[in-house]
Design a protein around this ligand. Structure first.
Ligand SMILES: [Zn+2]
Length: 148
């Protein structure tokens, strides 16, 4: 389980956390774009903030549909969607039941930034894995912050 499973660029990392802090006390959400190498380790290179369109953004998130489409379109061909990010302003960096119901199963990584202690953001990455005969499960994956 401790095998490295994704890399994230240091600048993208800072922007991701910065955006989550800015949105406090609301949940923030955004996308990570980069390369999904078939053989190597996927790399998240760019963070794109997306407005939170949830009816109650204090306790949930919903990627603003129009901004989402624009971001996917802008990345088109050059970079791939490697991750979806959202923050938990008051709780631990583990997916809620609502997260489990709404997160996109096909996106390679899901990042949760916990700001329980805003001075010390806690970030966890997860991926859906399908085990034989079972439903999808969300498992923690290991990451490394790199200078690209
Ligand atoms: Zn959540």
């Amino acid at each position: 389980m401790n095998r490295l499973q994704i890399r994230i660029d240091r600048q993208a990392w800072s922007e991701m956390i910065g955006h989550c802090l800015e949105a406090m006390p609301r949940e923030a959400c955004g996308l990570l774009f980069g390369c999904l190498s078939a053989t190597g380790i996927p790399a998240a290179l760019n963070y794109v903030p997306i407005a939170n369109a949830a009816a109650n953004p204090l306790y949930s998130f919903e990627l603003h549909p129009q901004e989402l489409v624009q971001a996917l379109y802008a990345a088109g061909g050059k970079q791939e969607l490697v991750g979806i990010v959202h923050s938990h302003p008051r709780t631990a960096p583990y997916p809620s039941n609502q997260d489990l119901a709404t997160l996109w199963h096909t996106t390679p990584s899901h990042w949760i930034v916990s700001l329980r202690d805003p001075a010390l953001p806690e970030v966890k990455a997860f991926a859906f894995r399908k085990r034989q005969q079972e439903d999808f499960r969300l498992e923690a994956i290991s990451y490394e912050i790199v200078l690209e």
